[in-house]
Design a protein around this ligand. Structure first.
Ligand code: GLU
Length: 301
């Protein structure tokens, strides 16, 4: 029998334990993969060493297992993948697509920002470093054209990278490879065909598609599930002090995650545990039912 063509993934950053927002993203990508008869891989995005919390990766594995979200095969760790990222950066350099940048954060503080609050790089070092300046980071040159892409939940979208992002960083001033580069290299390495992740990453997608084009890598099919915010409208995260997923009452938490994904379980599953809920959801999952709007986690623990 041929292996199923669908390969999905969950790619948490071990900056702390999983919270309700990360559970929602994990459940969505898990169900989408399982209902397609596909594989669901796990990638620990421990790229940004200074932001990683000791022990968080192990906690995440335990949390996924406790919520019935069993991944396939061996986990990939970004901290082990520097050689692959370096090779990709070399390929970008060889194409003349990457250039060194000497700008400091404070020099860019006044630059315009996009609707996500990110700095739009003004192109200061694009045509060469200013005299006497020292290269700090590497950026990739973006074209002044509109990139169209399709999201299974958000529909057809487009972004002009030059207007909305500017030349973006692929290797940071501290020597670490940037998320945008690592995610593209790893999605291709793991053979990912379908990315299902949180909507906070929706507008990262054109950057990733652009890098895939430059590096001759396939573009997966994307779907971005609603972001979970706290009552103040902030994304649940370590910075906004989102609580870790609870150890008790997992069924109720999972039922809530399914509800915000547009799949509220029926009342007869009120006291069901994770395995039963996921079994039900696997037979009912339709990505068309996932709402567009962010959800407020005020009922979440
Ligand atoms: N590591 C990222 C996060 O935890 C997710 C990356 C991705 O899914 O592309 O937000």
């Amino acid at each position: 029998m041929n292996p199923a063509p669908y390969v999905g993934r969950f790619a948490p950053s071990p900056t702390g334990p999983l919270h309700f927002g990360s559970l929602v993203a994990a459940v969505a990508s898990f169900l989408d993969a399982r209902t397609a008869g596909g594989r669901w891989l796990l990638r620990m995005e421990d790229l940004d060493r200074p932001r990683c919390e000791p022990g968080a990766a192990d906690t995440i594995l335990r949390q996924l297992e406790a919520y019935g979200l069993q991944w396939d095969g061996a986990m990939l760790q970004q901290s082990q993948r520097d050689d692959a990222y370096a090779a990709a950066l070399d390929a970008l350099k060889a194409r003349g697509a990457a250039y060194p940048c000497a700008c400091t954060r404070s020099q860019l503080a006044q630059a315009p920002r996009n609707h996500e609050g990110e700095i739009i790089y003004p192109g200061t070092c694009r045509d060469g470093l200013p005299p006497g300046a020292i290269a700090r980071a590497w950026r990739v040159r973006v074209p002044d054209v509109s990139t169209r892409f399709h999201d299974r939940i958000h529909g057809d979208l487009e972004q002009n990278l030059a207007n909305d992002v500017g030349d973006f960083i692929v290797r940071r001033a501290d020597g670490l490879f940037a998320y945008q580069l690592a995610v593209v290299v790893d999605d291709a390495f793991q053979g990912i065909t379908h990315v299902v992740r949180g909507a906070d990453l929706l507008w990262n997608t054109p950057r990733q598609i652009y890098l895939q084009d430059l590096l001759d890598l396939p573009t997966p099919i994307y779907a971005h599930v609603p972001l979970i915010t706290n009552a103040a409208g902030q994304k649940l995260s370590k910075q906004t002090l989102a609580p870790a997923l609870p150890e008790a009452g997992r069924g109720a938490v999972l039922a809530l995650a399914l509800a915000v994904l547009g799949h509220p379980p029926p009342p007869e599953l009120n006291n069901a545990g994770p395995a039963q809920l996921l079994a039900w959801a696997s037979t009912h999952w339709r990505i068309e039912q996932v709402p567009l709007q962010p959800a407020i986690a005020n009922a979440a623990p």
